[in-house]
Ligand binder design. Structure first.
Ligand SMILES: *[C@@H]1O[C@H](CO)[C@@H](O)[C@H](O)[C@H]1NC(C)=O
Length: 247
């Protein structure tokens, strides 16, 4: 049963990502058209499309809590303790997020009546935010490890010295160490696109719960734009599994 649920939800992942990209593309377009009174019709159609995408995704996501629990069981076995902790906590929070999200959906369609919709929806955003923070901690940890490795690499050291002497304005900079650090960071991200993509995706996703919870209010345009970028990265990593961060 569990296997079947997990299999089905991983198959529906592609559909979910396309729906999500469409949903945020609509949100962004609605924001960009907000001051155009002659486009009222189009905006109304986009709004209805956005709502349909959002509702369709809720249905596709019904099995995702089970999926996240299975993922948590797997990440618990990782030999790197910190990595294991970050990913397991992230997966458990993701499961809790889906449970709340499914409950809100069930309330909306009238399957259950007894829950406070607003509170469950806020809790969903909290778990989602916490899952993202744990994922970003993982990204940061992996980036620091890679930077350390690269910094010890002799071939890289000579390139770094080359870069520093090539840019005389850098030598006069207030903090040349900072420039060296940024160079090291950018070179690391360039040589590990999987980590770079995952980091960008998680940072983009962060704006959605931060806005929802009122911790950092950004505009509907920022939320739409970040959601669209993160969905496109999601589609890319699904289409090209070599670009997906592991584990
Ligand atoms: C956190 O990372 C895992 C593994 O990469 C991923 O499956 C999950 O969707 C991420 N969580 C969120 C909230 O994006």
């Amino acid at each position: 049963m569990m296997d079947a649920v997990v299999k089905f939800t991983s198959q529906s992942q592609g559909r979910d990502r396309v729906f999500r990209a469409t949903q945020y593309a609509c949100a962004l377009s609605i924001y960009l058209l907000r001051n155009k009174p002659d486009r009222k019709d189009l905006v109304a159609r986009l709004k209805s499309l956005e709502n349909n995408m959002s509702a369709g995704r809720k249905l596709l996501r019904l099995g995702n809590a089970a999926n996240s629990i299975v993922a948590a069981k797997q990440t618990m076995q990782l030999s790197d303790r910190l990595l294991s902790l970050c990913l397991t906590v992230a997966n458990i929070n993701r499961a809790l997020y889906f449970i709340c999200d499914n409950a809100v959906w069930a309330r909306n369609v009238g399957l259950i009546r007894s829950i406070d919709k607003e509170r469950w929806s806020i809790n969903a955003s909290r778990y989602y935010l916490f899952s993202l923070v744990m994922n970003l901690t993982r990204d940061l940890y992996v980036i620091l490890q890679l930077m350390q490795k690269k910094g010890r690499d002799n071939r890289f050291k000579s390139r770094m010295n080359q870069h520093l002497s090539d840019c005389p304005e850098v030598a006069e900079a207030v903090i040349p160490e900072l420039d060296a650090l940024i160079f090291l960071l950018l070179e690391t991200l360039r040589s590990e696109p999987t980590v770079a993509l995952d980091t960008v995706k998680n940072i983009c996703d962060l704006f959605i719960p931060l806005d929802r919870l009122g911790i950092y209010k950004s505009s509907a345009g920022v939320v739409g734009f970040c959601g669209l970028i993160s969905s496109l990265i999601g589609i890319l990593t699904l289409a090209r599994p070599t670009l997906r961060i592991k584990p």
